[in-house]
Design a protein. Structure first.
Length: 136
């Protein structure tokens, strides 16, 4: 677990109250499926970072999908391309992975965000994803 300074590449609304945030870094450690990060909120009065699941990761970028729930996540929506943000990662133990011919991944709501990187990690398997949502 370390603190990294990243640069916002993109941050836009993909559904009402749901945002896609891509942050680039000079280098990153290996990110395991199911791990998360703590993002610094761009406000002086919000001292606590916000935990976000990692949707996708490469050697230099991490993608987050987050839902606006309070003042902290509202502040994250203000981030624009080129802004800097401090991120603590990787956090958590991640999901246990199995080498299996067939894999079923089940999730719901915004809990499906870390399942994308989980499906990617199962590239040698026949992956079926089952997600549930409250509405379209």
């Amino acid at each position: 677990m370390n603190d990294y300074l990243g640069e916002v590449k993109t941050n836009f609304e993909v559904a009402p109250g749901v945002y896609y945030l891509e942050v680039s870094f000079s280098a990153l450690p290996f990110i395991q499926a199911g791990q998360f990060a703590m993002l610094e909120v761009p406000r002086e009065d919000c001292i606590l970072r916000r935990p976000l699941g990692i949707c996708h990761a490469t050697a230099n970028t991490i993608t987050f999908v987050y839902q606006v729930k309070g003042e902290g996540t509202v502040s994250l929506t203000w981030l624009e391309e080129g802004d800097n943000i401090r991120v603590t990662l990787p956090l958590g133990n991640g999901f246990p992975m199995m080498n299996a011919e067939n894999v079923a991944i089940v999730g719901g709501g915004l809990g499906v965000v870390p399942l994308y990187i989980t499906a990617e990690a199962q590239s040698e398997s026949n992956v079926r994803i089952y997600n549930g949502f409250a509405s379209e």
